[in-house]
Design a protein around this ligand. Sequence first.
Ligand code: ZN
Length: 665
Amino acid sequence: MTGSLFALAACQSPSSETPWIVDRFDDVKVIRYEVPGFEQLPLDQKELVYYLAQAAKCGRDILFDQNCPMNLPVRRTLETLYEHYAGDRTAPEWLALEKYLKKVWFANGIHHHYSNDKFTPEFSELFLLEAIESIPEERFGAELNALRGDVCRAIFDPEAYPTRLNQRAGDDLLVTSSSNYYRGVTQAEAERFYAAMAAADAGNPEPVSYGLNSQLTKNDAGEIVERTWRVGGMYSAAIERIVYWLEKAAAVAAEPQKSNIEALVEYYRTGDLKCFDRYNIGWVKDTVSNVDFVNGFIEDYGDPLGRKASWEANVNFIDSSACHRTAVISENAQWFEDHSPVDPAYKKKEVRGVSAKVITVAMLGGDCYPATPIGINLPNADWIRKEHGSKSVTIDNITYAYDKAAQGSGFDREFVLRADDRERMAAYGKLADDLHTDLHECLGHGSGQLAPGVAGGELRSYSSTLEEARADLFGLYYLGDPKLVELGLTPSFDVARAGYAKYILNGLMTQLARIEPGKNVEESHMRNRQLIAAWCYEQGRADNVIEWVEEGGKRYVVVNDFEALRGLFGRLLREVQRIKSEGDYEAGKALVERYAVAVDPALHAEVRARYAALGIEPYGGFVNPEYEPVERDGRIVDVKIAYPADYAAQMMDYSKNYSFLPLVN
Ligand code: ZN
């Protein structure tokens, strides 16, 4: 099937006058997102979204407590002040306290959500104590009053809980990390404990994810024990509410989803990780349900040992117009493979595209809120991925909201020199991004084959950068192919012009804004982008394909010849595929070390200064919509959606109505 999709993309635009950015503080902007298509869902699916959305809100406190055992007492103290403080709310110290609270809400705790460092308050301990004293004690309650000293220490003492996640080699990573996954247990003890568990299960082809859903601590007898997160265990009060809403969801869901939700409930009740695996297998096999969701202990990035999972939730449904786009790409997978500039020996003879799903998010919760990933690729258990596959989706309404929030930021005016580039980026930037992502995910990673005798893994520490480069180059090369116009996916080569200009600008310049002064490029996606952009700059230098221009004391990077640039993408794709196929470690290392790592300090400083002058916050997060069931004669007859635009009000509402845990767990 082919059809014109760029027209459909335009239909998404809601006719709303509300600004997309609803709040900004420190290094963060809070954006609202809309849920196109929700009103058109059939009633049972609207009801399902509503129940799953409720379940998604009920685990918020779990994440706060997982991130640091003092997070809930700190949050509750500041929220009580926020609600009842009668002093001058325009005074600088009060505004600093309010900003601190907004940061705590955003990070789900007192540590920065990205750097993991503890926030430094810009108000004094004396101010906090006086503000607390000005409010009747009973507003705080006896439990919180008793914790006041600990709350002050957590906020003001730089020695207390300094980092959420310490990964410095040589340290005891558990003792020096402030997260609450391990209590009173050393790294060596934890490693021994889980090594023994794995040894006892050695040879099992279907191992559970040991330790995924528990805190590791010691009992009164000094023995190491797991406190499992389940009904009747740790975090029970919140999990009971999650289960309550999941059961309502199961009652309106159709098979196979109904059984899957029931399996998840069983897991929450028992804490048995085998149930979790059963649920995941059912979930990954369910490709028919329009409404889908994530709810549970999923990602282990917050545990220095990569074992314990933070609680997160997401409710979504399929974006059918965008899925059409990936289906078209996927159906033509063999054509793309056959026509790629890669050495024929390293092409797949038979390639199957992955039809990546594009979804519309309806609710974010836990570790997906307010900051959220823009894609989902689950489950995480290796053997389930191998045996049963995985689900990979991209979230269109979130990227759409990011894009909207970025417009009007002054970014284009500051960094894009030529008006025709700016116009093309405004018209086609989002479509170019989407198609590039689709090609990268649906085809890029799956393309190519290894030479006989090459096992994979030869590229070692350079493999992820080179793998991302391979997939990105595949996407970039085909973004400019006439085939996309023929398939009805793009109106013209202008989409590629927009995408190429943006990619080169980002890779050579603007992504430096996210790197701390004095540091090099470390993260593999960022390395990959710099590798591609810097290589193409150098290789095209004789023909002036990409050019540095200085104007008014500012540097700009411009693409002069888009067709030639496409040719360079093809050449580099051929070489990166060769490196992978032959397992040529030395060549891979040379490429990455030469082009991807080093930062020009003067350019870095200039980019950061120009970013700072624009006041663009490097991090973004979201406020959720709200769902209100409409009842008649005790039955839900409709679910209304509303788009609140007040970040603090939403946080206070969640803390009031979806806060179930005691202060200390
Ligand atoms: Zn990738």
